[in-house]
Design a protein around this ligand. Structure first.
Ligand code: RIB
Ligand code: CA
Length: 308
């Protein structure tokens, strides 16, 4: 069993990514750590607890950072709905997370599984950055850190050049990118190009006809409205699920490069931009793996398997 730790700002796409990991027979999710992002921390914790309960799994959920390092929290409730789960009336309150702090759990879990622990991040990188500052030595013990974040090629979703997770906490992202950890970045371009859910794709999921398959589509109500009105996509997209898919099965990524990547720490239009050195112009710096293409077919197949 592959030990996973998932860090999430649980909203409608994160929840589907959590289901993909929780329902994968090759993976043991050791912990789910929560960070403020899509919604405030407490709501993200409740959304994660609800999703774990729905999957009937016994995986602990831990509270992490309630805001970015330096900046005030900017949520994406305008995208995912006030509760982050489509505002469809789910009972998303009253569940208790584990008592320990997420940062200590991230450090403990990596140290307990040196060289084998796989980290998947689905939200702003505040928790991971704090853990790395507290114990830099964990960077070399993580087998692979798959990050949903940034832009590999093309335009952004929160500014013309920036992706939301990195934009929320650019300083944290730069600390993580430069930590020496073995990073695989799955940018929003991968979701926009390969994980959009048009009517046909939604119908295919609903035909699975399990409660969890309908749940996975029902909670996308708000983001679907946003996607069709603003992102002008043929339907909502699933950034966290395709990043999770690539973490679960690296064959889903069909093209990637190893490159220097820098996060712009400005304010304004370039805040949180991930500059990828595609042509290797910058020498002698750390590098990360940046996914450039993925298989929509393989992603949807893995998604369907997790919802049966
Ligand atoms: O930009 C997409 C990312 O921001 C996804 O992780 C989504 O859940 C939001 O956190
Ligand atoms: Ca997310």
């Amino acid at each position: 069993m592959r030990p996973f730790l998932i860090d999430t700002d649980t909203a409608s796409d994160d929840a589907v990514a959590l289901i993909m990991a929780l329902n994968n027979s090759n993976v043991e999710v050791k912990a789910i750590t929560v960070v403020a992002g899509n919604v405030a921390l407490e709501q993200a914790v409740q959304n994660a607890l609800y999703t774990v309960e729905l999957c009937e799994k016994d995986v602990p959920v831990y509270r992490g950072a309630a805001k970015p390092f330096l900046r005030s929290l900017e949520t994406a409730q305008f995208v995912h709905g006030l509760d982050g789960m489509g505002d469809i009336g789910l009972d998303l309150s009253g569940r208790e997370p584990a008592r320990e702090n997420a940062i200590d759990i991230i450090i403990e879990t990596i140290n307990a599984h040196p060289g084998t622990l796989e980290l998947v991040t689905l939200g702003p990188l505040t928790n991971i950055a704090i853990a790395l500052l507290k114990e830099p030595g964990i960077a070399s013990k993580v087998k692979q850190c798959t990050i949903m974040g940034g832009i590999g090629t093309g335009h952004g979703n929160i500014t013309p050049v920036s992706e939301f997770n990195i934009w929320v906490d650019p300083e944290a992202a730069q600390i993580v990118f430069s930590s020496g950890m073995n990073i695989k970045m799955v940018g929003w371009d991968i979701s926009r190009n390969h994980a959009y859910m048009d009517e046909e794709a939604v119908t295919e999921v609903r035909l699975i006809n399990t409660p969890i398959a309908h749940f996975a589509m029902d909670i996308q109500r708000a983001v679907n409205e946003f996607a069709t009105k603003t992102s002008k996509l043929p339907g909502f997209d699933l950034p966290d699920p395709i990043a999770m898919g690539i973490a679960l099965d690296d064959q889903i990524a069909t093209k990637s490069i190893t490159a220097y990547a820098e996060v712009i720490l400005a304010n304004g239009i370039t805040r949180g931009q991930t500059v990828i050195d595609h042509n290797g112009l910058i020498k002698d710096r750390y590098t990360i793996e940046v996914v450039l293409e993925a298989s929509r077919k393989a992603f949807l197949s893995l998604l369907h398997d997790s919802l049966r």
